[in-house]
Design a protein around this ligand. Structure first.
Ligand SMILES: CC(=O)SCCNC(=O)CCNC(=O)[C@H](O)C(C)(C)COP(=O)(O)OP(=O)(O)OC[C@H]1O[C@@H](n2cnc3c(N)ncnc32)[C@H](O)[C@@H]1OP(=O)(O)O
Ligand SMILES: CC(=O)C(=O)O
Length: 570
């Protein structure tokens, strides 16, 4: 079995700098992560397409799934940028390398590159391996020599290097020397326990390069929260091979996050670690790799998180209106992310003006903007939240701004598509243990004037009723509303409830607790979010669902008016 490439072809720095990904080995050691072989193949394709130089696929021989991954990779992966790497340990003490089943499994994987993990800390050699330094060095030397003689490129992961170097530097260096003398290409200094800080770590990296002249790599766990900082410090001290994992997945607190490391190297140190065109794929790739790991993307992740360029404070927005660079460390476009303006109780006029533009409104009436700011502050104090409920905010803006997106300046309140007359939701407990919510609604369909609602206009008003079931009260209410409205307002069937959340809010004043319901709706083109707040979850849901349907015609008009860019270019 053979994998086609033996050296990374795609990184602009060629072999002089290694971007090495260990998501599929160390990332898989993260709590809650379990890749199928297919997940691994998909992840490898994503990493290759991004342009990393090396993809560590797993430990063949130790995990049957990893053995299967390398077998399938040989026929199913056509890597364009990356070389595939198999990870594993050296021969065991007292065995021949060519007869050690673990070492043979590495060879049999067909991977052109093999990373061997070896102990460099005397205490581990003596207490965990139960051998001496001389035999440990022989294990490393024999295994590297054998694999190199079989035509493989070998990297050495020096486990516990920084702790070992602090305790007994000569032993730590002897292990690296054994590997390099036998033909290894890179000595990777591993902060296995993740206890290092950037200052001392960088000093050690520089010292090791000075004393040995070896090519040095870095592998940092994140136990001090410094894995990315340590990786960057190591590069500044002379390391030319960085091992990282997608989104920082990995043993315990994880590893250095590949995307933060790439972002820092490319935009702060000006190192072309990826082809320029691929840098803009960073955000999309991070999210796709979260999906293949079956975990939610981290919205607070540097560079690629949804919140990485989200601006909430009014003072920030007011400066960003002049120059986004005043509150952003880079242009988010560079890494494929985007700026977002959040409107909450912390908004000022500038936040609202930017949001208006983003939503597709003309902003002419600055007094109206101030009124909206005051209304939002008061509503948020009363438990409402507009941060993600853009559609409810758009309805509020439409009321207050008095201008329609078509440029007419007649203040008017957008009529809701219906008025609830009476409604209830009851819970039914079936004999088989199923719990079902049943909703009944009686509504008045409101007249929708042509000027406001274009193709959604209707004069066919009057009372309608319906009953429907759902697995929860919000879903049942939504189903009943749609059933009642559909005969009069057929467009309602083109929209659907995509998601919702219910949160009970503390009420410090001792009044009954409030419930906030956020409803996400969708049609064929987009999603929008609305909010309702009330002591009753059913009333809160009705408010959010009514906004959701009332917004649909307005949203269609607004979306045609949305500019590509709201903030000035940098
Ligand atoms: C720092 C890191 O994250 S390195 C990556 C670690 N990853 C993993 O451990 C995941 C995969 N591991 C496994 O599937 C299993 O642990 C295996 C297959 C490797 C070994 O399983 P077992 O044979 O049952 O041994 P066990 O896990 O209990 O102990 C590890 C053995 O490897 C030895 N060992 C540990 N490190 C090394 C090393 N660098 N070189 C050689 N042998 C080593 C230990 O001394 C121990 O040997 P012993 O069985 O003679 O006591
Ligand atoms: C090799 C490795 O994963 C470590 O030392 O942390």
């Amino acid at each position: 079995m053979a994998h086609t490439r033996t050296a990374p072809a795609g990184t602009p720095l060629g072999d002089s700098f290694h971007l090495y990904d260990t998501t599929l080995r160390d990332g898989a050691q993260g709590e809650g992560i379990s890749y199928s072989v297919t997940d691994k193949l998909t992840s490898a394709r994503l990493l290759d397409s991004l342009g990393v130089g090396f993809i560590e696929g797993g430990w063949p021989g130790a995990l049957p799934k990893d053995t299967a991954f390398f077998q399938r990779a040989a026929t199913e992966l056509d890597l364009r940028h990356a070389a595939l790497v198999a990870f594993g340990s050296t021969r065991k003490a007292g065995r021949r390398a060519d007869q050690d089943p673990q070492v043979r499994a590495l060879l049999d994987s067909g991977a052109p590159v093999i990373t061997l993990v070896a102990k460099t800390d005397r205490r581990h050699i003596e207490r965990a391996l139960r051998t001496d330094v001389a035999e440990n060095c022989a294990m490393v030397r024999d295994t590297v020599r054998f694999l190199v003689s079989e035509g493989r490129r070998v990297f050495l992961d020096g486990e516990h290097f920084f702790d070992g170097y602090a305790d007994d530097p000569d032993t730590a260096l002897r292990v690296l020397e054994a590997a390099m003398a036998a033909g290894a290409d890179v000595s990777v200094l591993c902060d296995t326990n993740g206890g290092q800080l950037p200052g001392r770590l960088a000093e050690i990296v520089a010292e090791v390069i000075e004393r040995t002249g070896f090519r040095i790599g870095i592998h940092c766990q994140d136990d001090t929260g410094c894995a990315v900082a340590n990786t960057i410090a190591a590069v500044e001290a002379g390391a030319t091979h960085v091992q990282c994992t997608a989104n920082g997945y990995g043993e315990r607190t994880g590893n250095a996050d590949l995307f933060a490391v790439i972002g820092n190297l490319a935009t702060k140190l000006d190192m072309p670690v990826l082809p320029r065109s691929r840098l803009a794929e960073l955000t999309g790739t991070a999210r796709s790799l979260a999906a293949t790991a079956h975990v939610s993307p981290d919205r607070y992740q540097p560079y690629v998180g949804a919140a990485a360029f989200a601006h909430k404070a009014g003072l920030h927005a007011s400066a960003m209106k002049v120059d986004p660079g005043l509150y952003q460390h880079i242009d988010p476009d560079v890494v494929g992310n985007e700026s977002r303006i959040l409107v909450t109780e912390m908004a000022g006029r500038a936040s609202l003006e930017l949001k208006c533009l983003q939503l597709g409104f003309d902003v002419q009436d600055t007094e109206a903007v101030s009124r909206v700011v005051a209304r939002v502050k008061q509503l948020e104090a009363d438990g409402w939240s507009f941060e993600s409920a853009d559609a409810s905010l758009a309805l509020l803006l439409h009321d207050e701004l008095g201008n329609t997106p078509t440029g007419q300046n007649a203040p008017r309140r957008l009529p809701p598509v219906f008025t609830p007359l009476t409604y209830q939701v009851v819970e039914r407990h079936d004999t088989d243990g199923r719990v079902v919510s049943e909703a009944s609604v009686r509504l008045r369909v409101e007249r929708q004037p042509e000027a406001d609602n274009g193709p959604f206009a209707t004069a066919d008003t009057g009372e309608v009723t319906a009953t429907a079931e759902g697995d929860r009260p919000v879903a049942a209410l939504d189903a009943a509303l749609r059933r009642a409205l559909a005969p009069r307002l057929p467009w309602v069937t083109e929209t659907a409830l995509a998601d919702y959340s219910v949160r009970v809010l503390d009420n410090a004043s001792g009044a009954p607790a409030l419930t906030r319901v956020l409803v996400v709706s969708r049609d064929a083109e987009r999603e929008w979010t609305t909010v309702g707040v009330h002591a009753s979850v059913v009333v809160a849901a009705m408010l959010a669902l009514r906004d959701a349907l009332t917004y649909k015609p307005l949203g269609d008009t607004l979306s045609a008016k949305r500019p590509d860019r709201v903030l000035p270019a940098r």
